[in-house]
Write a protein that binds this ligand. Structure first.
Ligand SMILES: O=P(O)(O)OC[C@H]1O[C@](O)(CO)[C@@H](O)[C@@H]1O
Length: 375
């Protein structure tokens, strides 16, 4: 829940969301009607959650996902539900679904594009040249760590996490990478993506490594069907990353070429399932998605939001076993995530004590990360 003033979840709803609306307005010159809708949303999020508009194409879908929350105060329903619904309402406000000129215009695209064009990305892509000749085991570990720490580059988080984020000390609080690699066999691997740009690029490099070097037969890449949580990856973002890598040349260009060919031969399959934007945990996933995950030798869940949805967005004792909270999942699963919210399981008592002893925040700052897996 988010109803305790000053708590982390309360601040996301009452501070981050209003500041995100301001950033969206700064980034795109919306017309008067869109601005009025954004004003109305700003007012609404301090009070009662309104239903989707009568004419909304996905009204039935949201009604099926509603658990009696619509019509209550935004901060009196589960945090996951309110936070997810906010992004749906923001898209409505900017005219994303309505027939007319703003239809399909991603309000977060200016942020995503600026990041993808940045020099930091050039450097990351150049580093792939040296990695291409590294011994196999070294490459495995380097690529998994890049995909993991790429999750720190989350734009919603960057917008509001403060300037010292990049300087903070980084730490891995759990590391099941050996189990992860033992599960990534020659059959199918699902990767459930999180952010575009700096996170999706290393995810795509990891996918290429699985297909090209590790003998994985097929990878199914799940992305979002809609712009979501600011920087979450859509198919458009996958294509932008492929173009960016192709333009960079060198090993990045070769990776892009192989991935294009893999899409052409269905060795890399893209999915944009409606449930990927649902305000619900994966425990409630629909049959089609369940079948995908059940057919894979491993599903890799990227990022903080997917982690919350995977283990359940609850105040678990941090020592609750990861295998227990994911027992419902239809196949082997791994999580690669930097910690940006208060949910964490699968840690040893010693690790939790050591983290608490530092007296510094570790759960919501993006300074710590985990690799967890269960067979
Ligand atoms: O992009 P990620 O790693 O899923 O992070 C999203 C996280 O950011 C927040 O929206 C704000 O910190 C969290 O509530 C959420 O879990």
């Amino acid at each position: 829940m988010s109803d305790v003033p000053g708590s982390f979840t309360w601040r996301v709803l009452h501070e981050r969301h209003p500041s995100l609306i301001a950033r969206v307005r700064e980034a795109t010159p919306y017309d008067a009607r869109r601005n009025r809708a954004l004003d109305a949303l700003l007012e609404e999020i301090e009070g009662i959650m309104a239903p989707p508009e009568d004419s909304a194409h996905d009204r039935d879908l949201w009604e099926s996902w509603d658990r009696g929350h619509i019509g209550r105060r935004w901060d009196e329903v589960p945090f996951l539900w309110a936070e997810s619904y906010f992004y749906r309402r923001l898209l409505s406000a900017v005219g994303y679904f309505e027939p007319g000129p703003w239809r399909g215009v991603d309000p977060f695209e200016p942020f995503k594009q600026a990041e993808l064009e940045g020099e930091a990305v050039d450097e990351e892509l150049r580093e792939l040249d040296a990695l291409a000749d590294a011994p196999a085991g070294e490459r495995d570990q380097a690529l998994i760590l890049r995909a993991l720490w790429g999750n720190r580059a989350d734009l919603v988080f960057r917008i509001s996490a403060g300037p010292d984020l990049a300087d903070r000390e980084a730490g891995l609080v759990a590391d099941d990478s050996a189990l992860l690699w033992s599960l990534a066999g020659t059959g199918r691997v699902c990767l459930v993506a999180d952010n575009a740009g700096s996170e999706l690029l290393p995810d795509l490099v990891l996918i290429d490594h699985l297909l090209h070097a590790r003998g994985t037969g097929q990878v199914i890449l799940h992305v979002k069907p809609l712009p979501y949580y600011v920087s979450d990856a859509t198919v458009t973002d996958v294509l932008a990353c492929l173009r960016r890598m192709a333009a960079a040349g060198g090993e990045a260009g070769r990776v892009a070429g192989r991935l294009r060919a893999a899409i052409g031969s269905d060795r890399l399959v893209l999915r944009a399932h409606a449930f990927s934007c649902a305000p619900l945990p994966y425990r409630e996933m629909p049959v089609g998605m369940r079948d995908d995950f059940a057919s894979a030798s491993l599903t890799i869940m990227k990022g903080d939001l997917n982690y919350r949805r995977l283990v359940g967005d609850r105040a678990w004792p941090h020592t609750t076993p990861f295998a227990e909270t994911t027992a419902y999942f239809p196949g082997p699963v791994a999580a690669l995530r930097t910690l940006k919210s208060e949910v964490a399981v699968g840690l040893t008592g010693g690790t939790v004590e050591a983290l608490e002893r530092t007296g510094r925040p570790w759960l919501t700052t993006g300074t710590h990360a985990l690799i967890q897996a269960r067979a």
